[in-house]
Design a protein around this ligand. Structure first.
Ligand code: GLN
Length: 196
């Protein structure tokens, strides 16, 4: 089992470091051919427009779409935007997941925030399931989910911050920036259990 991290822009190094600390085999992905070597892919946070443009330039868009039809992908923040069907403006998207997102919905960089979330789905990793401390950096809002997409996390006011549609996972926040590796474990489990 090997996890790839899309490494064309954004904080891919943090995901790689966290996976290595967990003892998970992983690699940076920049070329279409590398997708054949991995079982699941993380798309990191960064700038979704840049990730999209570079994915077009590197001829990764179609190979990523093909990969995501059959293999698990987890998008964090900008990665979640890139994975979505609709970001309410024209930019290259994978369009794989039935969610609509609104970019920078919480305001500017200074409006970044941290909050404790109750994520019931994480109870499968740890029965105590303590609150999950989530870091939001110019995060997108997951405005709506369709076609059986499950809401995994919400703010107190109901705004959606994490969701899953089968083998596709999105978090509007940054689990790679905390010591809490539960979301990475959750994704690893998804990859291990997924039979494409
Ligand atoms: N604001 C970025 C975007 O819209 C996402 C920020 C992030 O990934 N932390 O693409």
């Amino acid at each position: 089992m090997k996890i790839g991290v899309l490494a064309i822009q954004g904080d891919f190094a943090e995901h790689i470091n966290l996976l290595r600390r967990m003892g998970v085999e992983c690699c940076e992905v920049r070329l279409p051919a590398q997708l054949a070597e991995i079982d699941g892919l993380i798309i990191p946070g960064g700038e979704s427009t840049t990730i999209g443009k570079l994915a077009v330039d590197f001829e990764l868009l179609e190979p990523l779409r093909e990969f995501g039809k059959h293999k698990p992908i987890w998008g964090t923040c900008a990665g979640a935007i890139f994975l979505s069907k609709d970001a309410r403006r024209a930019q290259p998207l994978l369009g794989l997941m039935d969610i609509t997102v609104e970019r920078n919905a919480y305001g500017r960089q200074v409006d970044s925030f941290e909050v404790d979330l109750d994520i019931a789905a994480l109870a499968e990793l740890d029965a105590d399931n303590p609150p999950y401390h989530a870091i939001f950096i110019r995060a997108p809002l997951i405005e709506s989910v369709e076609n059986g997409t499950r809401i995994l996390g919400q703010l107190e006011d109901g705004r959606i911050v994490a969701a899953q549609q089968g083998h596709l996972l999105v978090t509007a926040f940054h689990p790679e920036l905390t010591a809490d590796n539960r979301f990475h474990r959750y994704f690893v489990k998804l990859v291990e259990s997924y039979d494409s």
